[in-house]
Design a protein around this ligand. Sequence first.
Ligand SMILES: Cc1cc2nc3c(=O)[nH]c(=O)nc-3n(C[C@H](O)[C@H](O)[C@H](O)COP(=O)(O)OP(=O)(O)OC[C@H]3O[C@@H](n4cnc5c(N)ncnc54)[C@H](O)[C@@H]3O)c2cc1C
Length: 456
Amino acid sequence: MPKITIDQLRQQVGGAVITPEDSDYDEARAVYNAMIDRRPSVVVRAQDSADVAAAVDYARENRLPFATRGGGHSVPGFGTIDDGVVADLSGMRAVSVDPGRRVARAQGGATWGDFNDATHEHSLATTGGIVSTTGVAGLTLGGGIGYLTRGHGLACDNLVGAEVVTADGLTVRASADENADLLWALKGGSGNFGVVTALDFQVHPLSEIYGGPMFFELEHARDLLEWYRDFIVDAPEQFGGFPAFQIAPPLPFIPEDRVGDTFIVFVACWAGPLAEGEAIVNRIKAVAPVVAEHVGPMPYPALNGAFDGLVPAGLQHYWKANFVRELTDDAIDAHLEHGPRVPAVNSTVHIYPINGAAQRVGADEAAFGHRDATFAPVIAGMWPDPAHNEANIKWVKDYYAATAPHSEEGGYVNFAASDDQDRVRANYGVNYDRLVAVKRSYDPDNLFRHNQNIKP
Ligand SMILES: Cc1cc2nc3c(=O)[nH]c(=O)nc-3n(C[C@H](O)[C@H](O)[C@H](O)COP(=O)(O)OP(=O)(O)OC[C@H]3O[C@@H](n4cnc5c(N)ncnc54)[C@H](O)[C@@H]3O)c2cc1C
């Protein structure tokens, strides 16, 4: 007999409890990566921490596997699970801002679009992802790379507190004063320690940025990558942005006869005084002639949503990543060989900078320990048609194999693939053993194991 029955669960939970018999089951089990096709035994659409706790208790007592879903963007599909319980937090998306204390609180299912819109009303912002539909929780718990990383650190570096439902179904607070070891672990240790129902962030004055994408001919790719490697070392920290290999989508600012051609793109974000933005961006334009651009002053949330159209839900995804200390000539050669072969308009390679403020945090100050890396490149394979899976996965794997010898052993957990579990120790890096110790005290039976898993 189940220790807690599904009927009891339904009575306890304020939100919907969806099982395979329900008409909305297929919608409830789907995640962003359409390659993932799993059949949970129940999806709990939580409305508050008590609903989350009920889902955790139900899974634990009935010895069922458990998955947490925030924004649902996990490429390996960690937000859904076969024959287990999914706590879906997508109904918990409120964001509140305390402008006086410069703190913003996001519920565990909020997206960066929700967050940026709320903080922008107060001309405040913090480091978040570059696509508005990505979840605040999943992105932050793995580290959190975005346009503001060089100025304000990773998203997790701005996390000052959290509310967490732990494996025993209790709701606890994590902050510098309460359960400080838990807060430390949440800053890069991913979803291993509980279900985070609220996250408190330090936010910073910012309203408009100057920037946007610039498209350059591939023949200038080497010059641009070499320029970027040198410039980013001591560029002003208000400068964020990255080079990318990209097929031109049909956008109004792309000449019609160039749609479908492959370019090297530079996406710039200047978060300093607007009057200085043009001069900074002109330094990039001085490297090579620009074919097409959409650059200028814009609200910070606008840049964070600029690529949403390229990455709708329902694509096939396969990604890989490594951290990089130095973009050597050999590494650039590998990028020049594989980047121009990007096979789909949705796919891309971004070489994110993670120096500046992110490197000033000590390697043991937060679970995210890769503080000696300057770059976090991601090879993001995204394409619509499952018939093309083999060719697209091969592109990602070949590209990865070529760049791996010029990279750190570990990569960013949030960009890791489903077949990266054997790299978990390297991916969490220098803090792995301490993460295991925190895991043992908060989740000794590894209920939260459907993630880049830290085994207790
Ligand atoms: C289109 C796209 C753009 C991206 N852009 C960026 C970017 O700019 N910068 C960057 O750093 N990363 C980026 N990522 C990677 C992203 O950080 C990860 O995919 C992240 O895991 C997504 O979080 P989520 O909440 O949306 O996903 P989910 O699939 O819901 O969750 C991902 C992981 O986090 C855990 N988790 C989620 N919510 C909670 C919670 N409330 N409590 C506890 N655990 C939770 C889940 O269990 C799972 O293990 C991007 C991904 C995609 C697909």
